[in-house]
Structure formats: C-alpha cells, structure tokens
Write a protein that binds this ligand. Structure first.
Ligand code: COA
Length: 260
C-alpha cells in the first residue's frame, strides 16, 4: 500500500477502511489529504482484493470539519478554481466508483466533510454527528460539490436553507431529511457499516456497479438514465453471475457470485 501521512488504511475481509487521520485539526482536509484520498480511492478501483470501502474520521469528535481553512485563506482566484475542481474530481471518483463506498460519519461533517459524506453511496452516522455547510460564515460557498449533492439528496428548499443559514443539523435531523441512511450509537458505527457492506458484497459485483452507474445517471444531464438502465440490464444478462443467480433461485440454493 502507498504510504500515507494523513490517512490510515486498513483492508479487512474485502473492506478497505480509509480513516482521515488529522484528529488535532478535526480531520480538516488539506490539499495533501485530498491527494491521498485520490490515491486511496484509486486503490478501491484497482485492487481486486478490495470489494467495498468505508470513509471515517480519526477520534470521536469529527468525521471531517471541512476543508483546511488555513489553506483556503491563502488562495488566489485561479488557485481557488483549481482547488475546487481537484476536490470535485476526487469526490466524483468516489461517487462513480463501481464498488460500494459508505461514509461512517463519527462526528462533525462540515463543509468538505459533509461533501465527502455526500459523495459516498450510503451514509451511516453516529448519534453525535452534526452536518452542515457553514461556508457562508467564511464569505465562501461549498466548492467540493456541496451545492449540487445537498440539493440532490434533500431537495431544493431545505438545501437552500442550510446553505444560506450555515445551520448545522443533528444526525437524527439528517436522517429525517434523507441525508443519512442510519443513525447508531458511536460504538456500533463501524459494525453497522460493515453489516451493510457485507450484505452488498454478497450480491453480484457487476450488478452493484451498474446500479451505482444507473442511479448516478439520474443526475447527469448528458445521460438518458432509462437508456443507461436498459443497456446495463442487457449487460447483466450476458454475465456468468446472472446465470448463477437465476440458476440458484430455480435450484432453491444460495447464489455464489464470482464477479464475472
Ligand atoms: N480547517 C482548519 N482547522 C480546523 C478546521 C478547519 N476546517 N476545523 C477545526 N480546525 C482546527 C481548529 O483550528 C483547532 O485547531 P487548534 O487546536 O490548532 O487551534 C482544532 O481544529 C480544534 O477545533 P476547535 O474549533 O478548537 O474545536 P471546537 O470544538 O471549539 O469547535 C467546530 C468545533 C467544528 C464547530 C469548529 O472547529 C469549526 O467551526 N470548524 C470550522 C468548520 C467550517 O467552517 N468548515 C468549513 C470549512 S470551508
């Protein structure tokens, strides 16, 4: 595994846990950390031993408290645009990954932290988690996709409110808004993520990757999602796992998928 200064990586039973490890800065995302996240996500894509991934933050207080404000404060206009574009590229890689990626939100998920969580396919929060896009407090707006993904996930009205007031919401409010899938006590957070991933990893990997692609197509203006779905459905029907899945059903046994 590539050496990381700001991340801890742990591969266990096919699940790569990626921990943002800057607890003294509440795991704020500096540029080096974004670069390392890109490398870690690339590993999720490339490593056949990785079947799914979890993002979390070190410590019990923060998932990620945003982009590193000390770096943002120094940005010129040109640098700021590429800063945002680079982060957006990495978070889009997460969103488009054909393996399931879950955010284990173990505390503050603010600014870039909320954006990182929203780029993941599923979010599980501990009871102490708090979500928000507080950029307007800094005279800024989100730059890592927050205006887009928050609106997609919770709808225009509430997204407008949260983005303009900079208000934080609790884990339970986030669940009610549809921002979070589950809220669990902190000590159960990783186990819940593992349970979800193991369930997904028991299905046909090709089908899972195509579900991700088709759901993402809803939000891609250049794609006809229904056509993407029909094409993906047809692709599944040519796979060995489809033969295995349908045979297993007819033979009343559990399917064993190979990812072929
Ligand atoms: N960037 C850089 N450093 C950050 C940070 C960020 N986004 N968020 C927290 N930190 C640092 C603090 O500066 C502090 O560092 P220090 O000990 O060297 O002074 C350390 O993390 C602990 O944070 P602190 O503010 O003392 O903790 P708190 O419990 O009082 O408050 C928060 C917690 C999350 C409410 C507060 O840290 C905060 O508002 N952070 C910024 C959130 C934000 O605006 N994010 C969007 C950025 S675009």
């Amino acid at each position: 595994m590539a050496p990381y200064e700001n991340l801890l990586l742990d591969l266990n039973n096919g699940i790569l846990t990626i921990t943002i490890n800057r607890a003294d800065k509440l795991n704020a995302l500096n540029i080096d950390t974004i670069r390392e996240i890109k490398n870690a996500v690339q590993q999720v894509y490339d490593d056949v031993n990785v079947k799914g991934a979890v993002f979390t933050g070190a410590g019990q207080k923060a998932f990620v408290a945003g982009a590193d404000i000390s770096e943002i404060a120094e940005l010129s206009e040109v640098n700021a645009r590429s800063f945002a574009e680079r982060g957006q590229e990495v978070f889009s890689m997460i969103e488009r990954c054909n393996k399931p990626i879950v955010a284990a939100v173990n505390g503050f998920a603010l600014g870039g932290g909320c954006e990182l969580a929203m780029a993941c396919h599923i979010r599980v929060a501990s009871e102490n988690a708090r979500f928000g896009q507080p950029e307007v407090n800094l005279g800024l707006i989100p730059g890592y996709g927050g205006t887009q993904r928050l609106t997609q996930l919770i709808g225009k009205s509430k997204a407008m409110e949260l983005l303009m007031t900079a208000d934080m919401v609790s884990a339970e409010e986030a669940r009610q808004l549809g921002l979070v899938n589950y809220v669990v006590p902190q000590e159960q957070l990783m186990a819940k993520c593992q349970e979800l991933l193991e369930k997904i990893m028991g299905k046909a990997p090709l089908a899972i990757g195509l579900v991700i692609e088709c759901v993402n197509a809803v939000y891609d203006k250049d794609e006809n999602g229904f056509q993407t779905e029909a094409n993906s459905f047809a692709r599944c029907c040519t796979s060995e796992d489809f033969v295995e899945g349908t045979n297993a059903f007819l033979e009343k046994r559990r399917a064993v998928f190979k990812g072929l």
